[in-house]
Write a protein that binds this ligand. Structure first.
Ligand SMILES: C[S@@+](CC[C@H](N)C(=O)[O-])C[C@H]1O[C@@H](n2cnc3c(N)ncnc32)[C@H](O)[C@@H]1O
Length: 314
């Protein structure tokens, strides 16, 4: 079945004009633009000409098509969403790029393949409306962007498995986000890519509540457990914190205290904030009026960091 395409848009990326058809069940190419611009501007794609490239979770195909425009010898576009694969291949052809489309849940249909570059802008949302076992419940790009109870399903697989699909000297580049839980991402990178990975980029984005509001409670719940701020607010002095409530309705703040590297959870009771560690041990107390506490006088916007990481197979 041909995906129901709507309109064709031109994306001007680093001197390349790429024309892409859109479809309601395929991720819009906008979030890839920042990644592509940074990677190009800072020379991370300089050696892509002549290489074999995998764009995993390809959506519209934008990353793989851009790689093709830069002269990649072979481009493989994969996505778990069948209409994304069809659309991505159609988009590649429309832009004069010969690409091979493979429907695959993460690396499952790619056994034995080797690439010089694996580039991915993986999904981030936790399961809310669907789950992996029931792809039929995925009807639109939002549900296709759900990735496990913590949103990490595809990212974890990229970190753990890319090495097996890379040629020696090959590179994996993935976008990730504090919404994935970045301490966990760093720990996994350290485990699987020890000494051979770097964080190459980070930028702050505001959470688009018109789209992400349903996922906010899950991110807040996850961070109240592991104190790894997926989403945060900022006060007028730029202090970063998350103002939440406990399941029994008490005020909760998750933040670093002064310049401490540790993120504590503070719970307010009888005008006293008690700081807890992740083991739920009470560590110290501060007054509710302490001027070092963040002020809530700014807009109630939520933010996250968008991050790019890169690993090289030695
Ligand atoms: C954030 S979108 C990125 C799309 C495109 N690469 C871009 O940057 O515009 C994530 C993509 O991952 C796909 N995806 C979701 N779960 C997947 C899985 N288990 N295996 C492979 N791809 C998956 C989605 O269908 C979606 O196209």
């Amino acid at each position: 079945m041909t995906p129901q395409t709507h309109e064709i848009k031109t994306y001007r990326l680093e001197g390349q004009a790429i024309e892409l058809l859109s479809s309601p069940d395929v991720w819009s190419p906008y979030s890839a633009k920042e990644m592509i611009s940074f990677l190009t501007d800072f020379g991370y794609l300089e050696s892509i000409a002549g290489s074999r490239v995998l764009d995993l979770g390809t959506g519209s195909g934008i990353i793989g098509i851009f790689a093709g425009k830069l002269g990649a010898k072979e481009v493989v576009l994969t996505d778990y969403c069948p209409s994304a694969v069809r659309l991505a291949v159609e988009n590649a052809e429309h832009n004069g790029i010969i690409a091979h489309g493979i429907q695959s849940d993460r690396f499952k249909a790619l056994k034995g393949q080797k690439f010089d570059f694996i580039i991915s802008n993986p999904p981030v949302q936790p399961w809310l409306f669907t789950d992996l076992e029931h792809p039929e419940s995925r009807q639109d790009s939002a549900t296709w962007n759900e990735a496990g109870s913590d949103g990490r399903l595809v990212l974890d697989s990229l970190i753990a498995q890319s090495k097996y699909y890379l040629n020696k000297g090959g590179t994996f580049i993935a976008s990730c986000s504090t919404r994935h839980g970045h301490k966990r991402t760093e720990a996994l990178l350290q485990d699987y890519w020890e000494g051979a990975w770097q964080q190459i980029y980070a930028s702050e984005h505001a959470i688009d509540l018109s789209y992400h509001r349903p996922y906010l409670p899950i991110w807040l719940k996850l961070q109240s457990k592991d104190h790894d701020l997926r989403v945060y607010q900022k006060d007028a002095q730029g202090r970063v914190f998350a103002s939440q409530t406990t399941p029994d309705g008490k005020k909760m703040l998750i933040m670093n205290w002064e310049n401490d590297k540790i993120t504590y959870k503070f719970i307010l009771e009888d005008n006293v904030w008690t700081a807890y560690n992740t083991l739920q041990h009470a560590l110290f107390e501060i007054s509710a009026h302490d001027s070092r506490l963040p002020t809530h006088d700014t807009e109630a916007a939520w933010y996250y960091q968008y991050i790019l990481v890169r690993g090289t197979k030695n």
